[in-house]
Write a new protein. Structure first.
Length: 253
């Protein structure tokens, strides 16, 4: 009896050791694949950054041409300020190109572990996030910012007060608000995730409509660069419509 127990114990230890070895090998294999997936977008970023540096001045001119009717010229207050702005233009352009590659590589890494229905849901959410982020940033860049800058500069300028805007401050200003709008436009995704995860029922969100409208105006008041009600409404109305769209889409996703 004792000998049988010893044999069984040895078999158990052997099986446990084999399972530990398989688990370690699997983890190492997964880490190697993850490293390979991460290296690809990093290389894409570096190549794009180096390749775009000679064209950074042209890209900056295209970027600023959207605001030429509002701001006639820009200044820089230190010898390196304009240089670093050109570097930032290339860096953000490279990030814009390499980010979709990074998302795609992470999807290839994660998707095999998901069930078919989970892959379908997650892929739709990822595409929705990308589309709404681009929509929000473009909406801010082409509609909100030109009107806001026109209001700020023309309203608060006079014969004795003239705008002399630093290129670095202006670039950071545009970037910050464009990204803020891109994030604010994720409201349909938030609504879909809340409903699909079971945290909130669809009917409950419908009953919260009045609170959502107030919250949309509060968020727009924080994000928009001007205090006028028109600019805030320009953001609040799309946020409300996008929230309603998220509730509607949750029926079909």
């Amino acid at each position: 009896m004792g000998e049988n127990l010893k044999v069984a114990e040895k078999e158990k230890n052997k099986n446990g050791t084999e399972e530990d070895t398989i688990t370690k090998d699997l983890i190492i294999e997964q880490l190697e694949e993850l490293r390979r997936r991460i290296i690809i977008p990093i290389v894409a970023f570096i190549v794009c950054f180096i390749g775009s540096l000679p064209f950074s001045k042209k890209m900056l001119d295209v970027f600023l041409s959207q605001f030429k009717s509002v701001v006639q010229f820009f200044i820089f207050t230190s010898p390196l300020e304009s240089f670093w702005v050109h570097v930032k233009v290339s860096a953000y352009f490279s990030l814009f190109i390499s980010l979709p590659i990074f998302i795609w590589q992470m999807w290839l890494f994660v998707s095999p572990a998901l069930y078919p229905n989970e892959r379908k849901l997650v892929s739709r959410i990822i595409l929705g996030v990308i589309f709404l982020f681009l929509l929000g940033t473009l909406f801010c860049f082409f509609i909100v910012l030109p009107k806001s800058l026109n209001f700020l500069i023309k309203t608060f300028s006079s014969e004795k007060i003239q705008a002399m805007i630093s290129i670095s401050d202006f670039f950071s200003f545009v970037l910050k608000f464009s990204l803020s709008f891109g994030l604010a436009f994720q409201t349909p995704i938030i609504a879909v995730i809340l409903i699909k995860s079971g945290l909130v029922e669809r009917e409950s969100l419908k009953k919260m409509r009045a609170y959502i409208i107030v919250l949309a105006f509060v968020v727009s008041a924080i994000i928009t660069p001007t205090p006028d009600a028109l600019t805030q409404t320009v953001l609040a109305v799309p946020l409300i419509l996008l929230w309603e769209l998220g509730i509607l889409l949750s029926r079909f996703i």
